[in-house]
Design a protein around this ligand. Structure first.
Ligand SMILES: *Cc1c(COP(=O)(O)O)cnc(C)c1O
Length: 404
């Protein structure tokens, strides 16, 4: 057992569907991480918008270790206290009357899409099966969710694609209006597109989708897997928009680093999921729900939610400063602490190179496509860590080779 795995071992033992960065982190605390050599990193990536309370937050460690000594798993043959506590908290804090738990965002979306199909089937008939979604959207990697997602590169070579799915243009209500009709069972949308480039939805676009859904008896599904649980400064992004969906999916930050997903909906819609219609062995697992409850309770605190806007302001200020120095960004956008900085022509497609350059400076960063730097840090990242991380980003951008 005196073997220490290294990055090279990834290529030996793991499928080649990822290409991880050169360093292997071994420990994290707050918004800092350390690799195998003891090198320190500032974390602006947050495990892709997951570690909303940073690494090893005491409230989550406490929930995990306490529950870990009591009960790990039961299956859905029995219910359990942590799942019921979390469900009640989510119901009391949102529009929802009912909750279904899964293990990931993709599975929460899979459940949402199946629920929408089943609802339309039972209430209106089998013809009402059409799903409208949007280009550049991302809803997960299961075969149904990847097909509803709007990025062809993720479905290529996996055909045949499931039927009954059409894609409009994001933030273009006319485009949606052309696609929605009496056969539409669901309109699925990210209130803020994450993976596809960090693009906030226009309030009028999201409100218009709500109207279209009502007009045609379709269900409005908000995928808040990335933008939910405090990321925008509200517990869920829909609250800030004042547009209420029929179904909402949540994951990523919901577990603060422990795998869990949830689908929230109303009584009216929930009732078609009668016993046996859907399920998951691990969904509602006590360990996951205990940690998620601690995460939701901590993130939901007024001081934590209010701190998001303050921190986002510092991020933007620093990004503007870097842009003034290098003239590298065409656009800085986002909502709360989900921020995208899109490179301009001169820095075209420098996303991946910037991530590698940032690692060398001691900064962990994300991209959203080849051209957008994405920031999804801890919602409680200290100001000093933001400033220090931005100095590292500044240095990293200074090392980019624009001729390559
Ligand atoms: C990450 C993400 C998903 C998929 O979640 P997984 O946990 O990876 O299955 C779905 N929708 C959105 C908006 C996401 O950002």
């Amino acid at each position: 057992m005196d073997w220490t795995p290294s990055r090279e071992d990834f290529n030996h033992y793991m499928l080649p569907n990822y290409n991880p960065q050169a360093v292997v982190p071994v420990r994290g605390e707050g918004s800092r991480l350390w690799d195998q050599d003891g090198e320190e990193y500032i974390d602006f990536a947050g495990g892709i918008a997951v570690n909303a309370l940073g690494h090893c937050h005491p409230a989550l460690v406490e929930a995990l270790t306490t529950q870990g000594q009591q009960l790990w798993h039961l299956s859905n043959v029995y219910t359990n206290e942590p799942a019921l506590r979390l469900a009640r908290t989510l119901v009391e804090s949102t529009f929802a009357d009912k909750v279904f738990f899964s293990n990931s965002g993709g599975e929460a979306n899979e459940a949402a899409l199946k629920l929408a199909r089943r609802y339309a089937h039972d209430k209106f008939g089998a013809h009402k099966d059409r799903i409208v979604s949007f280009r550049r959207s991302f809803h997960g990697r299961t075969w149904f969710t990847v097909s509803v997602g709007g990025q062809e590169k993720y479905t290529q070579g996996f055909g045949p694609v499931p039927g009954g799915i059409v894609h409009g243009e994001y933030n273009n209500l006319e485009s949606a209006r052309e696609l929605v009709d009496a056969n539409t069972c669901a309109i699925m949308v990210e209130p803020v597109q994450g993976e596809g480039g960090v693009t906030p939805g226009d309030p009028a676009f999201l409100a218009g989708l709500r109207q279209l859904a009502d007009e045609y008896d379709a269900l409005l599904i908000f995928d808040e897997v990335q933008c939910g649980v405090g990321r925008t400064g509200e517990l869920y992004a829909y609250m800030g928009y004042g547009v209420t969906p029929d179904i909402l999916t949540s994951a990523k930050a919901l577990g603060g680093g422990f795998p869990i997903g949830a689908m929230l909906t109303t009584d009216k819609v929930a009732e078609v999921f009668v016993v046996g219609t859907h399920g998951s062995t691990y969904g509602g697992n006590p360990l996951a729900c205990a940690v998620a409850l601690a995460a939701v309770e901590t993130i939901g605190r007024p001081d934590v939610l209010a701190g998001v806007a303050q921190r986002a302001e510092i991020f933007r200020e620093e990004l503007e400063r870097i842009n003034a120095k290098y003239d590298c960004f065409a656009d800085i956008r986002g909502k709360g602490l989900l921020i995208g900085a899109e490179f301009n022509e001169r820095y075209h497609e420098q996303g991946r190179a910037t991530l590698a350059a940032a690692i060398k400076q001691g900064l962990m960063l994300l991209a959203a496509g080849p051209n957008v730097l994405r920031f999804a840090p801890s919602l409680i990242i200290p100001e000093d860590d933001i400033r220090e991380g931005m100095a590292k980003l500044d240095a990293a951008i200074g090392t980019l080779d624009l001729t390559s």
